[in-house]
Design a protein around this ligand. Structure first.
Ligand code: XMP
Length: 593
């Protein structure tokens, strides 16, 4: 198989590049920059990703310089470009301030194979502090920007290139063209697709499974549904068994839609364990987000063990399948420098042991989410089912925020003066939500802003508030009603009536997004029920985000007229106030807990 290796120097850059190159028709894999040179034998080219480090940082990612001695073409992007130049005898100028945003890249050598087809000048996205300021021997400049003379460099004899800008982000208008040119330099044919992958995968899976049967937990989400259908199509209904544990924390009709599809396709090999009551009784009276997550996780394991016990599956004849996808394997330290924000539940030590013994198969472990969805459609799963928004394992359990009703101290030193100075109208809410700063999680107060829905202005306030005050990690806009209202903190726990309220409000939002054609423009829109009431009705939070792989996200600025219409529906549906989350990730996470 023709494929390109992407070295992961941290952050989300490597995933973006790997995903983009696959969309251009060449399979990619993410490797550690410290990998031995022999690990690259099967790759037609190597891309060094960007990363958050400086080449001068003592704790920069380990790197094996022998990789630069290999024969394959190499493209360094941003940090990768700087590392190559520094290692091969060029110079890198340390920069204290980051240059961030769009820069116009001027092509100096229009006939160069890396730049063919690019206009003389085009906008490319930049995000860097350090920059290369002296060429390594054998290199020459092939493109520049007004602030960066060595924006693209080449050593043609060695087929080694470096670029300061990021071709993988959509803001770089001709970024794809540059990547296509690098693919051509590597001599790769652009023939990879999810359909071609499916043909290879079937052969590999048959070999891995042998004559054993396969057991799979089906959460009802996209990944496990695709894995279940794939295994059914490949091995037949008699050799596959699915178990769905209904935890009582699903959205309205969510499990039902999956069951209806499976029934319609005659896949009747899915057992359903109805454990909603047990989950809710274990969650009774618990308000700490971490404690809730742990209870949901532990209850899931208990029910799973009990149900598997009942099935009496002979371990010699059954393997476990999981719907793990590629970023789940990498995020958990599959390569050393990916930011580990949380260990994915599919990569806990017991599962890793079983993987090593060949007792677990992961049919989707090479694929990104968009590829899993394409594969799902290839397998005949309806478009609306595979394009559902991602939904967290603990379900509505992390969207129904709980409280004992005792208000925490919300005084933020210096905040009042800042609001007055900047003419900001709003207040800190007496609750807390989870955020992320670097690799660490934060737990702090949301701030609610009032005013007109002028997104640019609101975004600037949101960034200023979260940058300046560590006690504020999230900012919401009071979309309805617009006037000053009083928020009352109430005692709230994971109870059925509250979950039903959340399910109803969530369903109003989902129906609205679908009706207005917004559903697929938005990556995900958690609907959150905080323990707050306004005039006796629950406040509801909308968290629409745009994202690529959920590692970073930006809030989605809904057209004001549409937001007004959605608010009207929610207020008519019983909500006391509608809050619209206007925080990017970081500093706030996508989910509130
Ligand atoms: P955060 O909140 O960390 O979410 O920005 C990133 C993505 O992960 C989903 N998420 C989870 N998925 N189990 C899951 O399977 C979990 O415990 C969990 N927590 C968050 C979230 O919906 C978003 O897509």
């Amino acid at each position: 198989m023709e494929k390109i290796a992407v070295l992961d120097f941290g952050g989300q850059y490597a995933h973006l590049i790997a995903n983009r190159v696959r969309r251009l028709g060449v399979f990619t894999e993410i490797l550690s920059p410290a990998s031995p040179a022999e690990d690259f034998a099967d790759y037609a080219g190597i891309i060094f990703s960007g990363g958050p480090s400086s080449v001068y940082a003592p704790d920069r990612p380990d790197f094996n310089p022998e990789i630069l001695g290999l024969d394959q073409p190499i493209l360094g992007i941003c940090y990768g470009h700087q590392l190559i130049s520094q290692t091969l005898g060029g110079a890198v100028k340390p920069g204290k301030v980051k240059e961030y945003g769009i820069a116009n890249v001027t092509v100096e050598d229009a006939a160069h194979p890396l730049l063919i087809g690019l206009p003389a000048s085009s906008p490319m996205w930049m995000s860097h502090g350090d920059s290369v300021n002296a060429l390594a021997p054998g290199f020459r400049a092939i493109a520049s920007t007004p602030d960066c003379e060595l924006a693209a460099v080449a050593n043609d004899a060695r087929k080694m290139y470096g670029i300061q800008f990021h071709p993988e982000v959509t803001h770089s208008r001709f970024g794809n063209r540059l990547l296509e040119n690098f693919i051509a330099i590597c001599g790769c044919e652009r023939t990879w697709s999810t359909a071609s992958y499916l043909r290879d995968l079937e052969g590999r899976l048959r070999q891995q499974v042998g004559d054993r049967n396969v057991f799979l937990l089906v959460s009802g989400g996209v990944d496990s549904t695709v894995a279940f259908v794939l295994l059914n199509r490949l091995l037949g209904e008699d050799r596959v068994l699915g178990l769905h544990i209904d935890n009582g924390l699903m959205r309205l009709n969510e499990s039902q839609a999956v069951k209806d599809f499976l029934n319609a396709e005659n896949m009747r090999n899915l057992n359903v364990a109805d454990a909603g009551d047990l989950f809710l009784s274990n969650l009774a009276g618990v308000s700490s987000p971490e404690a809730k997550r742990k209870i949901i996780g532990d209850t899931f394991l208990d029910v799973k063990d009990l149900e598997i016990e009942k099935l009496k599956l002979d371990p010699d004849h059954w393997v476990l399948a999981q719907g793990t996808i590629y970023p789940d394997t990498i995020e958990s330290g599959g390569t050393k420098h990916a930011d580990v924000i949380k260990t994915h539940h599919n990569r806990v030590p017991a599962i890793v042991d079983m993987l090593v013994q060949g007792k677990v198969i992961e049919p989707l472990a090479d694929l990104y989410k968009d590829e899993v969805r394409a594969l799902g459609e290839e397998l005949g799963i309806p478009h609306a089912l595979v394009w559902r928004h991602p939904f967290p394992g603990p379900g509505l359990g992390v969207r129904l925020l709980c409280s004992d009703g005792v208000a925490p101290d919300t005084t933020v030193p210096g905040l009042e003066a800042f609001l007055t100075d900047h003419g900001i109208e709003g207040q800190t809410l007496p609750i807390r939500s989870v955020g992320v700063q670097g690799d660490a999680r934060t737990y702090a107060h949301p701030f609610v802003l009032r005013g007109a829905p002028d997104w640019d202005k609101l975004e600037a306030f949101s960034t200023a508030l979260t940058n300046r005050f560590a006690d504020v990690n999230r900012v919401v806009y009071q979309a309805g009603p617009r006037n000053h209202v009083a928020y009352t903190l109430v005692a709230q726990y994971c109870e059925k009536d509250k979950l039903d309220t959340l399910r109803r409000l969530d369903d109003i939002c989902t129906a609205f997004l679908q009706e207005k054609g917004l559903y697929e423009a938005i990556w995900q829109m958690p609907v959150v029920l905080p323990p707050l009431e306004v005039d006796g009705g629950p406040a509801v939070v909308l968290r629409p985000v745009c994202s690529n792989e959920a590692m970073t996200a930006s809030f989605y600025p809904m057209a004001p007229a549409l937001l007004t219409e959605l608010c009207a529906r929610l207020l008519a549906g019983g909500a006391g106030a509608v809050l619209y989350d206007i925080t990017h990730k970081p500093p706030a996470t996508i989910e509130w807990e």
